[in-house]
Write a protein that binds this ligand. Structure first.
Ligand code: ADP
Length: 620
């Protein structure tokens, strides 16, 4: 035999092992889609980060096309670069390739020369060179000496969440740094120091949250919603001299927003379904993330495992021990609470903590254990049902037995009573001892008969065989009849029974049953009252009810026994110990009979002062 304590420990341990197993199985799958979906929700829920103000954007937009009457050509482009250079822009990053600019041979050459000679100008290309691949980023002549850099736009298309949303940026591929990784360090002292330590070369240690993925260094972008970076129209840069000062010392990104191709746009956590952010603004977000150095960092795997085990275990406990609604509330609060924590972690600490595994663990543990709990409860209620059935059968047998026996006892008692009557009415007078003996014989057989009638009534109640035989009668006459009949009993204890009966209308009721009720109340009053006391029986009509009260000056009923006296076979502690005879059935039957009439029976009692029983019957 194992003790209860070790049994309990064993149960808890097996629950924990189950939680652990669920966690281990679950964490074999990454559920990137769900995780990223919930990550995007967190990005939207947290307050957006503030731009550094070090990045400006210039776009070719519809007003530019309208003002120029065409798409900007090679001469415009040259003009733009020169103006930005003169304005003191620190990095002029062009997402537009000069190769695509339309112009005469001279204009094209002039553009190539300007682009080459302005040292801050760089063309950002979507390509990444493979290691060892030369000239991959070289533009076609005459632009072959213009500086270019790799600036790919990673999209979760075939990897991670596969939902076409851009969340990451690439910092290096096969050790070859991208434009953003290089330029970012120019405005980020910490990153610059790391570069310096590494012999003035890029290193992944320079930025927060860099992770390796398939030979590339990547980091998550700390996004602001589209529209945070207000762009300047291309044409304004060409025409507005006063506006140029804002570009001084900054990163200036040149791109396009004319909705001619979806390549110029991306989906972000802020706009998952529509391509709503220009890659110009995406690029600004990337630069700012690197300058602020606040790229969201993914929490380590052990933490994910730890939290998932913890939450699985909690779910198992909740499902198996709490009430269903409380359980659901606790689990709902856990989901809400944990998600709120994950939003705070992202907002205040820049941490991406996994929520997909813990959430799925809750659902799996819940659905796994609910049927288990149902089976247990079903079995329990089946056991109760069986036990109940058995008890009902025993109860029925008992009642049948009592009824049968009582019925068979009635005849011999009637015979005893008959014989006693014969002896009493004999012509030869009896001696006083003999007549006392005959009286005792009669009283005892009366008591016995009463007891048997009670038991028989009980049997009838339990087999639901009682039917009301309603007759119209004045309750007062019945009260008087009962009082008269019990007068001899009262007199034997020198008890006075007083009556105060208000005139009443006749009502319909079962005379036999109510007679038994009233007899029982008056008899109890006599039985339990001391000698020489008095009993008041009163009747009145009150609020459409016929009210009969029997008040005595007896011992009263202790408060703790009051709720029980109308129960089957209940006798008070005092009555049990005394010589007062009784079956404990009288008040039970009385209550049953009164309630059959849709009436009520109540008691008011003060210890050592007396009890008042009140019967209320509906007047109609
Ligand atoms: P019993 O056959 O014992 O009288 P009843 O069902 O009539 O059974 O009454 C149940 C219990 O209620 C009695 O045992 C008694 O303790 C208490 N009781 C009933 N009537 C009175 C009363 N008038 N005064 C004090 N106690 C009473």
């Amino acid at each position: 035999m194992i003790s209860n304590r070790s049994r309990e420990i064993l149960i808890q341990a097996s629950r924990f092992v189950f939680a652990l197993a669920i966690t281990l199985v679950l964490t074999q799958f990454s559920f990137d889609y769900i995780e990223s979906f919930l990550y995007d929700a967190r990005v939207r829920a947290r307050p957006a980060p503030k731009p550094t103000g070090l990045v400006e954007t210039i776009i070719v937009d519809p007003p530019t096309i309208q003002a120029l009457g065409r798409v900007p050509n090679a001469a415009d482009f040259k003009n733009l670069i020169e103006r930005l250079d003169r304005a003191g822009a620190r990095h002029i990053v062009s997402l537009l390739s000069p190769v695509d600019s339309v112009g005469s041979l001279d204009e094209t050459r002039a553009l190539a020369q300007t682009a080459e000679s302005v040292k801050s100008f760089v063309v950002a290309l979507d390509d990444v060179p493979l290691s060892g691949e030369k000239d991959a980023l070289k533009l076609a002549p005459p632009f072959d000496r213009v500086r270019t850099a790799s600036a790919p736009v990673p999209v979760d298309r075939n990897i991670f969440a596969r939902d076409d949303v851009t969340r990451r940026m690439m910092l290096a591929y096969q050790g070859f740094p991208t434009l953003h990784a290089m330029v970012g360090a120019d405005f980020n002292e910490g990153a610059a120091a790391e570069f310096k330590k590494n012999g003035d070369r890029y290193t992944p240690n320079a930025y927060r949250g860099v992770f390796e993925y398939l030979k590339s260094d990547q980091a998550y972008v700390q996004f602001s919603p589209s529209g945070t970076y207000q762009p300047v129209s291309y044409v304004n840069v060409l025409r507005d001299d006063a506006g140029l000062s804002k570009f001084k010392g900054k990163i200036v990104i040149i791109g396009r927003d004319i909705e001619t191709t979806s390549k110029d746009y991306v989906r972000t956590p802020y706009s998952r379904d529509i391509v709503a952010m220009t890659i110009v603004e995406l690029s600004a977000n990337m630069f700012d993330t690197l300058i602020r150095n606040d790229s969201p960092k993914r929490a380590p795997r052990w933490m994910d495992l730890f939290i998932t085990v913890l939450i699985s275990y909690l779910t198992v406990l909740v499902v198996l021990t709490l009430k269903p609604t409380t359980g659901l509330l606790v689990l709902g609060a856990t989901i809400g609470g944990y998600f709120s924590i994950s939003i705070l972690a992202l907002w205040l600490g820049g941490w991406w903590i996994d929520v997909a595994h813990p959430f799925l663990a809750i659902f799996i543990c819940y659905y796994f254990f609910i049927p288990y709990r149902l089976i247990i409860e079903n079995r329990r209620s089946w056991e109760y049902y069986q036990k109940n059935k058995l008890l009902t059968q025993v109860e029925e047998l008992k009642t049948n037995f009592l009824s049968m026996m009582s019925h068979d006892l009635k005849t011999p008692i009637a015979r005893i009573q008959g014989m006693a009557e014969v002896v009493r009415s004999d012509a030869n007078p009896l001696s006083s001892v003999q007549s006392e003996a005959i009286n005792t014989l009669r009283r005892s057989s009366d008591e016995l008969l009463e007891f048997i009638t009670s038991v028989l009534n009980l049997g009838r109640i339990e087999s639901k065989a009682i039917q009301l035989h309603l007759q119209s009668k004045d309750v007062n006459s019945l009260v008087q009849e009962v009082v008269d009949k019990l007068d001899y009993l009262a007199r034997s204890k020198q008890i006075e029974i007083r009556t105060e009966l208000e005139p009443l209308f006749s009502i319909k009721f079962d005379v036999d049953l109510i007679r038994q009720v009233l007899s029982n109340l008056v008899e109890n009053a006599i039985k339990y009252s001391p000698d020489k006391s008095s009993i008041l029986v009163s009747s009145e009509e009150r609020d459409g009810l016929i009210v009969v009260q029997v008040a005595d000056q007896g011992p009263g009923i202790p408060e703790d026994e009051l709720p029980h006296i109308f129960m089957k076979f209940y006798r008070s502690r005092n009555a049990e110990g005394s010589t007062i005879k009784g079956s404990g059935l009288g008040l039970y039957l009385a209550k049953y009979f009164v309630e059959l009439h849709k009436g009520r029976i109540q008691v008011d009692s003060t210890l050592n002062q007396g009890s008042t029983f009140t019967v209320e019957l509906p007047a109609s």
